[in-house]
Write a protein that binds this ligand. Structure first.
Ligand code: SIN
Length: 528
């Protein structure tokens, strides 16, 4: 039984989880699970900013229209409109908490904070804290969370599964502590804020992204997942095979950066009239094609023409980071390559973050709200975290406790599966996904991925019931099944749309396309 009949468990301490915790903690007791590896989670690495209609020269209809275009026909317009309409109030709330957004130094400015531009946006509407917005927002929210007496922050636990009951409701989570002991956290309501699934791929824009653990935990309870085939690759990650990943923000192109091929020629204007500010799927695909054409392993992002003062003013973090890695971006172009960045699909939710499983919610990148459609527009992700965490909080504050049905029993096994073996198998999953399910996927590659992942699952599945739970084992087991669901979703989409580009079915199909929906039970039974 939970400590209180109103106990809320939030799994994930990025921006979505922190916002939700703060918004309900005056009314309901909250436990916020922020495993220590989440210090590396995606929110903190977000550089660009938060898209919102803030300038008097901008309007809601324009932001809605740009989002629908970037989403390539697959956005849920109601979700788009809802999110965009929440923007100004959400930003005002962040300002009231003290987030240090960058002011506009221009005395004639029509809005007091500087608004930058990014791909797909027809107006300047990205509010930011220099080029380290995610870090600034996380740090401010975290200070408030730590000071709130109603929030129990647990950094010592990692969730490995959800607790269900005989009525099919979610009743909390099973976790492991640092020594590996099982700890059950019962809750009246459980919220996943666990991030996306970019960790299913080998090259990513942040050092240790989630591998879809939250999506799979929800699927184990029967939740519907949607649009898994739309994995976003950010066009410009620093190319440095020997160093850790580092994102070069889209705001760099927003402020005038140019993409150059191996011969120093600017190639984007020939690909799309929006050039470097086309939506991300278009730019990432163009870079991929350019690398294939020239046989090189990166292209160049050039900002030298902006001048050193502008570069240092707008991009202090990127300037300093590149300098530390031996690149003076005021003097030389930056080598860049696309890398896995963001999952546009996830656990299907309504506008309050409610999933198809009673008492289970999902907010942030783990959720599939319909906002992003087939391709997320830049800086709509932090806006989504804010809008949906706040609406989910309002819903939870109205929720009344229900009858508890008997919990579904779970007995952990005892046979240890070595961490090294789990790591090696996860690396294999990533290789299969990167080679076959990346920016361009062909029928043959998808079939190969399906077969290889099924073989891995057949090897692992019989050992799971007897296995002693460990974080590395559950990370692998969740990732492997989510990868299979992703491949199944990609195989089922017989068209090319947004981030899903398959030359074997190159046409945009249905003029009224449907999101893909999938359940764990749709996989062949051998793997579960
Ligand atoms: C960026 O700064 O380019 C990343 C922000 C985002 O993914 O929207």
């Amino acid at each position: 039984m939970p400590d209180s009949p109103q106990e809320t468990l939030i799994i994930g301490g990025g921006i979505a989880g922190l916002v939700l915790a703060l918004e309900i903690a005056d009314q309901r007791p909250v436990t916020l699970l922020q495993p220590s590896r989440e210090a590396l989670g995606a929110s903190r690495w977000a550089q660009g900013g938060i898209a919102a209609v803030l300038s008097p020269d901008d309007d809601v209809e324009a932001h809605v229209a740009d989002t629908l275009v970037a989403g390539d026909g697959l956005c849920d317009e109601a979700a788009v409109r809802f999110t965009v309409e929440q923007g100004p109030a959400a930003i005002a709330w962040l300002l009231s908490l003290g987030v240090p957004f960058t002011p506009d130094p221009d005395p004639e400015a029509r809005y007091p904070y500087h608004l930058t531009r990014e791909g797909g946006h027809g107006a300047r509407r990205i509010i930011h804290a220099d080029d380290a917005t995610g870090r600034a927002v996380v740090e401010t929210l975290r200070q408030h969370v730590e000071a709130h007496p109603g929030i129990r922050l647990r950094t010592d636990l990692t969730a490995i599964g959800l607790i269900g009951d005989a009525a099919g409701h979610c009743r909390g989570a099973r976790c492991l502590d640092e020594p590996g002991n099982l700890v059950e956290l019962p809750a009246a309501d459980t919220v996943l804020a666990t991030g996306g699934a970019s960790g299913l791929f080998r090259h990513t824009t942040s050092p240790d992204p989630a591998c879809g653990e939250g999506m799979l935990m929800a699927a184990e309870l029967g939740a519907e997942l949607m649009n898994l085939e739309f994995q976003q690759f950010h066009p410009t990650c620093l190319f440095d095979p020997d160093g850790p990943p580092f994102l070069i923000s889209e705001a760099v192109r927003g402020e005038g950066g140019h993409l150059l091929d191996a011969e120093g020629h600017r190639f984007m204007p020939e690909v799309d009239p929006r050039a470097e500010l086309a939506p991300r799927d278009v730019v990432a695909r163009a870079i991929d094609a350019e690398m294939q054409r020239s046989g090189t392993d990166h292209v160049w992002l050039d900002v030298r023409h902006l001048g050193e003062a502008v570069i240092r003013h707008h991009f202090p973090t990127i300037h300093a980071h590149c300098a530390a890695r031996g690149i003076d971006i005021a003097q030389e172009p930056i080598p860049v390559v696309p890398a896995a960045h963001y999952s546009c699909g996830g656990v299907h939710t309504d506008l309050d973050g409610a999933t198809t499983v009673p008492r289970l919610y999902a907010v942030g990148e783990v959720a599939g709200t319909g906002l992003h459609g087939a391709n997320r527009m830049a800086s709509n992700s932090l806006l989504e975290c804010l809008a949906f965490a706040r609406s989910c909080a309002r819903r939870l504050c109205r929720a009344v406790p229900d009858e508890n049905a008997p919990l579904t029993p779970w007995r952990p096994g005892r046979t240890a599966i070595p961490e090294a073996e789990c790591g090696e198998m996860l690396a294999r999953v990533r290789t299969i996904m990167s080679e076959n399910v990346a920016i361009v996927r062909h029928d043959a590659g998808l079939a190969t991925a399906e077969q290889r992942l099924a073989e891995l699952a057949e090897r692992l599945a019989p050992r799971i019931a007897d296995a002693a739970p460990s974080v590395s084992l559950y990370r692998l087991w969740h990732a492997l099944r989510l990868a299979r669901l992703t491949v199944a979703s990609a195989r089922a989409r017989r068209e090319s749309r947004g981030l899903h580009f398959n030359p074997d079915c190159p046409l945009h199909g249905d003029p009224a396309p449907q999101p893909s929906r999938i359940h764990l039970g749709d996989l062949a039974p051998s793997a579960d």
